[in-house]
Ligand binder design. Structure first.
Ligand SMILES: [Fe+2]
Length: 306
């Protein structure tokens, strides 16, 4: 792959927050404090334990506009937590969480769809690379809500990257080249590694590899979003292995650019709600042996499409 020189990375790299012509409604119930010009806003004046229809609508539009929303001091039971991700979909029960110990907790004590992450004391964090969650499903999560139960005094931040901005700031010839491509996504080399060979083969028929567009249209705004992830994207259909690997490395690297990122410092009872189609995330693994306990629920959406 050709070496990328610093001069090739210079601006202009200023991305739009929303697509041209798209206008978020006026927010009457929310107070928003942006973290960056394009992605991430902290919301105040909201009790996520009591969300009526009007507030749900405003949260939906704010999430569409900012891609990830942050809240402090929220008391949520499982029902209220799940309600944050099911406005337009169903809770996703992670198919492999109960088969592996990668999350550091016995998942049997959580409700269907709720995943608990216990990290730091016995094992380090594992999601410290850029990824969309669960793209090995035909209908990957649309919205995810993550709640902090215990956090280290410092460390354990999470970052999100705006993959619409990442797409828009690609060179024009690259945008043209990838516009109609499809990629294969699979769980096998990821979760499969922590399963026994027998179990891996037993669940395989129910969860074959799936195909998603490399550039998906956002279901709400229609905006083009880069939709490939180091976690699950195996190859780009129709390219040689070398071409596919080189192109994927280049597209994955877009998430590394600070211009498209925001970073959140957790406190107990903080909640983040993110649009899993519009952004990738990265859980910083820098807090072991301090303990960090999080709980996550995701809701699905339509299959990604061009
Ligand atoms: Fe994740």
């Amino acid at each position: 792959m050709a070496k990328v020189l610093a001069r090739d990375l210079y601006g202009p790299k200023v991305a739009a927050r929303v697509p041209a012509g798209w206008q978020a409604p006026e927010y009457r119930r929310l107070s928003l404090e942006p973290l960056t010009p394009t992605i991430g806003a902290e919301v105040s004046g909201v009790d996520l334990g009591h969300v009526d229809d009007e507030l749900a609508d405003e949260l939906h539009w704010a999430l569409t506009e900012w891609k990830v929303l942050f809240f402090r001091d929220q008391q949520l039971d499982r029902e209220a937590h799940a309600a944050l991700v099911t406005r337009d979909g169903e809770v996703i029960d992670h198919p492999f969480a109960k088969h592996t110990e990668v999350y550091g907790a016995d998942q049997s004590d959580t409700a269907p769809g709720a995943m608990r992450f216990v990290k730091g004391e016995k094992s380090v964090g594992i999601e410290n690379f850029w990824h969309h969650d669960m793209t090995f499903l035909a209908r990957p999560p649309m919205v995810t809500a993550l709640r902090a139960l215990e956090v280290p005094p410092v460390g354990g931040d999470t970052l999100w990257a705006d993959m619409a901005a990442a797409h828009d700031c690609l060179p024009e010839d690259v945008c043209e080249r990838i516009a109609d491509l499809w990629a294969e996504h699979d769980w096998y080399d990821n979760y499969g590694r922590s399963m026994s060979p027998e179990l891996r083969e037993a669940v395989r028929p129910e969860f074959p590899a799936v195909r998603h567009p490399v550039v998906a249209r956002h279901p709400v705004t229609g905006r083009r979003v880069l939709f490939v992830t180091r976690a699950f994207t195996q190859r780009i259909i129709g390219l040689s292995e070398t071409e596919s690997d080189d192109l994927l490395e280049m597209l994955w690297a877009q998430a590394d650019r600070s211009e498209y990122q925001c970073r959140f410092r957790w406190q107990p009872d903080s909640v983040a709600i993110w649009d899993n189609r519009a952004c990738q995330h990265y859980a910083v693994s820098d807090y072991a042996p301090q303990r960090r306990v999080m709980e996550r629920i995701s809701g699905d959406g339509p299959p990604p499409s061009h």
